[in-house]
Design a protein around this ligand. Sequence first.
Ligand code: BF8
Ligand code: SF4
Length: 625
Amino acid sequence: MAKEPRPVEALSIWEDARAMLTKARAEGIETAHERLQQQTPHCKFCELGVSCRNCTMGPCKITPKAPRGVCGADADVIVARNFGRFVAGGSAGHSDHGRDLVEVLESIVEGSTSDYRITDEAKLRRIAAELGVTVEDRSTMDIAAELIDIFYADFGSRKKEVAFLCRVPAKRRELWDRLGMTPRGVDREIAEMMHRTHMGCDNDAPNTLIHAARTALADGWAGSMIGTELSDVIFGTPQPSMSHANLAAIKKDKVNILVHGHNPVVSEMILAAAREPALIAEAEAMGAQGINVAGLCCTGNELLMRQGIPMAGNHLMTELAIVTGAVEAVVVDYQCIMPSLVQIAGCYHTLFIDTAQKARFTGAVHFDIHPHNALEQAREIVRMAVQAYARRDASRVQIPGEPVNIMTGFSNEAVIAALGGSLDPLVQAIAAGDIRGAVGIVGCNNPKFQQDSMNVGLAKELIKKDILVLVTGCVTTAAGKAGLLLPEAAEQAGPGLRKICGALGIPPVLHYGSCVDNSRILQLCAALANALGVDISDLPVGASSPEWYSEKAAAIGLYAVASGIYTHLGHPPHILGSQTVTDLAVSGLEDLVGASFFIEPDPVKAALAFDLRIRAKRKALGLGE
Ligand code: BF8
Ligand code: SF4
């Protein structure tokens, strides 16, 4: 028997989401919330992580009566292997994204594209110098060519460590060396994780988890960091600017194109095409007031940070955005794109367009986009969207709410510029206790939570305690819709943070970018630790992914912990079937790497835990309250 649908108020804290969930139900359109109901109760063995399909002597599942799989693996081994592969999936996603940017830079250097160019030459030179490349008396292209080699080598297996480890405090590097956690190459660590978790290899859970941490560190300090840094080089380093967020980013009278996925390589070209006068004229000839490009998820974050395009929504808004009936095209690259979008688009005039050979969707219109043809293909896509406008059914259009303004664009470069050229004022504000500490709130939505209740709840609690919050990924839209990405939100902060925000004209919650841009937060923590002459684990900082769902979020959480950052999760990964693995995650890692995970579904309690941690770290550094 079908389950009673849950009230829309229970599914999301947002009016725009609730309005579209109501409309979807009236129109017979199914969303992730209904599918979650169909999928629950979940398989307990999978939930606990104690089922294994790694060979055909199985599948096996661990029960009190059958405590070992056919091969003899126990719950600890199976849970650790499953979690290791889960993290490897996340590291692969971020890192393959990073590699795509190396390839674009290579196309620029080779001259096989004129659609992309090096926008921030100074940053390219700065990174090169940091990595030991000679920059004096050399052309930018020459330097770029050498950087490309360094980054490709970071993916391979011929190095002892990835290049950006030069940013990591010496104490942390020594620790990683001692533990066998130093990431040597992105592809190498991922491949080794697949090898270790083959039947009959790494059958010692803690040892598997050490390698999981190494695989995650390869993501944070290489794959993602390369992705962030080269995106800045190619598309420009973000600077503070204003934009807006929520479904009202979709405009009633315009041709609406939503860009969704992660990599700015395609979405930047869609935006460039949509700004061309000839295509705008075509839209006007169709009776539209122009072309509007709005963002979803992380590719939205990328374009928001650099180009100020509005953000239509985060993960659980992606289906609902189409339900407005006013979207001509959803253009996707890869990751976090629910395949259900194809079906929902099919209920309207909406075109669903995929653009990457490695992320194709049955039923989508496919464009094969490469650096040499990107802009030309983007023009074709925008033209198709313009033509789709004529097929829009005005009687089915409903765009809820009013847009909420947001401030975006906080790269480390922008923050340092705002501070007058160095991190010293930030160090002083932390030392004085005006800013007691900082927490990065990152990651996703998950229909298991009331959408954004945790994301927003935690941010509000932390700023009250004079803890600066940095947001990335899908928490960005949550914080934005709650009005927290505005300087005025400092009124909700504690007195110290309010004072600093007032003096600098910044919000108490800073938008730091997409999920690969968590590497900006890593870099900031390393720079702060280096400035103070301590390890990252000594800093009064934390990380949180309250409503996380993805393999990538697990990789981020693990590289944060392995880097020394105390990390909160709103719910646990599928590891609870092993006491050994669970104990290691929530306490044992503290002894090894000076940080651990903590699981807490209540945002008020999570904020209290951060408060205690920050208090202790401040005390250990000799800083008062
Ligand atoms: O990489 S926050 S739902 S969109 S995984 Fe996905 Fe999670 Fe959103 Fe970006 Ni990150
Ligand atoms: Fe079963 Fe072992 Fe094969 Fe896993 S690897 S399916 S536990 S026999």
